[in-house]
Design a protein around this ligand. Structure first.
Ligand SMILES: Cc1cc2nc3c(=O)[nH]c(=O)nc-3n(C[C@H](O)[C@H](O)[C@H](O)COP(=O)(O)O)c2cc1C
Length: 147
C-alpha cells in the first residue's frame, strides 16, 4: 500500500497529487484547522513566520491512517525556505518511519528543507519548481524517481 500525503495552498501540490494517483498512490490531502489568510501579503507574512518558528498546526485529518502504508511520499510547498507548517505536523507523526519527500517551490530545492529533515528517516527528496506552471518538467522528474 502506498500513499501520497500532501498539503497545497495554491494548487501546485494538487497537480502533483494527480500524477501520484496515476502512479497508483492513495491520496491524503492535509487540511489545517486554520489555513493561511487569503490576502497575498498577509499569507506570505503569516506563512513565512510560522514556518520560521516551525509551527505544528492542528489538522482536520486523522493521521492514524499513515500506519496502514508501507511506502509514503510526503508533499510540501516550500515556505520561507522551510517545510510548510501543516506538513511539520505530519512528519512529526512519521518520526520513526521511513518516508520520501516531494517539495514544490518557486525556486527549486531549498537547503532549509534538507536541513530540517536531518533527524528523520527520509530516503529521497524530490524538488519541483512550480509544477502547475512547468507541468511537463514536473512529470519528467516524477517519472524519473517514481515508477
Ligand atoms: C508563505 C509562503 C512562503 C513561500 N516561501 C517560498 C520560499 O522561501 N522559496 C520559494 O522558492 N518559494 C516560496 N513560496 C512559493 C511556494 O513554495 C510555491 O508557489 C509552491 O509551488 C506552492 O505550492 P502550492 O500551490 O501547492 O501551495 C512561498 C509561498 C508561500 C505561500
Amino acid at each position: 500500500m502506498k500513499l501520497f500525503v500532501y498539503y497545497s495552498n495554491s494548487g501546485n501540490g494538487d497537480y502533483v497529487a494527480n500524477i501520484m494517483k496515476d502512479k497508483g498512490f492513495d491520496i491524503l490531502k492535509i487540511e489545517p484547522v486554520k489555513d493561511l489568510p487569503k490576502n497575498f501579503y498577509l499569507k506570505i507574512l503569516v506563512g513565512g513566520f510560522s514556518a520560521l518558528i516551525k509551527e505544528k498546526p492542528k489538522l482536520k485529518n486523522n493521521l492514524s491512517v499513515l500506519n496502514n502504508y508501507s511506502e509514503i511520499y510526503v508533499g510540501t510547498p516550500v515556505w520561507n525556505n522551510r517545510i510548510s507548517c501543516p506538513i511539520n505536523t505530519v512528519i512529526d507523526v512519521l518520526k520513526n518511519k521511513k518516508f520520501n519527500l516531494i517539495c514544490y517551490s518557486g525556486s527549486g530545492k531549498s537547503k532549509g528543507v534538507v536541513d530540517q529533515l536531518k533527524n528523520y528517516k527520509v530516503e529521497t527528496i524530490i524538488s519541483l519548481t512550480e509544477p502547475l506552471k512547468y507541468k511537463e518538467e514536473a512529470k519528467v522528474v516524477l517519472d524519473k524517481y517514481i515508477k
